[in-house]
Ligand binder design. Sequence first.
Ligand code: PRX
Length: 571
Amino acid sequence: MDMQAIASKNGNFNLKDYEGTRETFRWEDVNKHFTWNDTGKVNMAYEALDRHAEDSKTKDKIALIYSAPEREAKKTFSELSKESNKFANVLKKYGIEKGDRVFLFMPRSPEFYAAFFGILKIGAVAGPLFEAFMEQAVRDRLQDSEAKVLITTKELIARVPQEELPHLEKVIIVGEVPDDQGNYIDYKEEVDGASDQFDMVWVDLEDGMLLHYTSGSTGKPKGVYHVHNAMIQHYATGEWVLDLKEDDVYWCTADPGWVTGTSYGIFAPWLHGVTNVIRGGRFTPDDWYHTLEKYQVSVWYTAPTALRMLVSHGEEKLRSYDLTALRHLMSVGEPLNPEVITWGLAAFNLRIHDTWWMTETGAQLIVNLPALEIRPGSMGKPIPGIEAAIVDNEGNELPPNQMGNLAIKEGWPAMMRQIWNNPSKYESYFINGWYVSGDSAYRDEDGYFWFQGRLDDVINTSGERVGPFEVESKLIEHPAVAEAGVIGKPHPERGEIIKAFITLNDKYTETPELLEEIRVFVKTGLSAHAAPREIEVKDSIPKTRSGKIMRRLLKSWELGLPTGDTSTLEE
Ligand code: PRX
């Protein structure tokens, strides 16, 4: 669609002189905001939390507003700092040290955030897991990371196969402790008994902070490892892109099990000391409008799937809420449809700013800055300090308007530093000095980037990244399934849905009940968002002569597209 560009915002917005800033900007310039200038050492938990708790102007400011259907809570910077100190003392008591992996598998709650900062304060590496994960997803991540401690709840502990996790030394339960003879530690009891003073473990910028597991097109999920140094970019983008000001009330809708929920649900807002709304529970338009209204949210970061759902519920609904506090909107995770931007202008009288980045990149890279005009359908331009290009498969830059691999010159502050336990996988991201994203895109003559799709088979369903291999592996564990091939199928609201093609074992015949059983099998074994919404039974699944499933061919069949080169197809 060819739409008119939307003029830039005036007023307080940052980076009016985009080109000029790009030329003179150095990442080192951001350093002056941080304590390590004096000490040489650092800790994200200090910069994002304790610094504000020590400052008489901010210590009693509300840091966190937690809102869920059954519970509401507010914590000041001082309260959150003390509770995280207590939790750091609990970890210390149980022998946790710098570099150990401590995982969180629980819904969003004030305890989650206190525990998260406690983990950072002791210098350990936090691994947040999405609460919808089922046993296999949990097992894969805890085994690969060799996590020593898991913080979870009574409701979720059944999905943790403790006997298969030899490295897991302690399980800490938040809320009611199950009476199943397990060797559990009661979060509340321990925290209540711990001192609220803790000597922060100061670390180096390159020390580990966070492990986020994410999916590729092959193999199990991989552990993307981030270090404290990422704060430089979280801070800078908090200013330039989130446009955070002291009095803002900020809400990022993402769960901390995904990278948006940590980089922009924890780090960026709290590095800037703003009040952060954390909303638990499920999505409904009324619920979200209500949250925006009740807390007078001024800056909102959400996802295209959510926005498309709001669009489908109409402007009428929105009009019954007072959303006048809202002044800045952003989106991430999937392509943002131009229609949604148009709707946003009419409904909120605000521009929606698309932002592009990935789990691996740790922070925003290509964005629609407040000070730039928006070209609907474009992800925007690289932030200062970031060089982006379209490259061919050898890492050579391509001219404007030519499609290719979206790539970033390696070495930005928030870039992942490892794929956990998998150095060769890490290496495989880089060609000729470029980090190659796996997305295809082009750049226009004016430097705007336009997303075109994934170059691999990774599926993006409602903004969540799903690896087809994981789903296929789970499917063939079902006794009825012989082979499986899984693709993303375009869907108007969810971006893509997961479609599985399967062949059945001899004894089985296709019935709606069987297909539903198979779907539920994936849902309860892996996770709800990875369960195929459509399953189609085939006589055979196309494979290469070396036995690789030809997902591309399945997709072409599904979409009625030309099948292209099938010379490697088995017979
Ligand atoms: O394909 C791109 C898509 O999401 C992928 C990254 O997914 P994940 O690591 O889960 O991180 C999501 C949030 C940081 C990318 O390779 N993606 C992300 N943002 C956009 C996008 N696609 C189009 N437009 C975006 N703004």
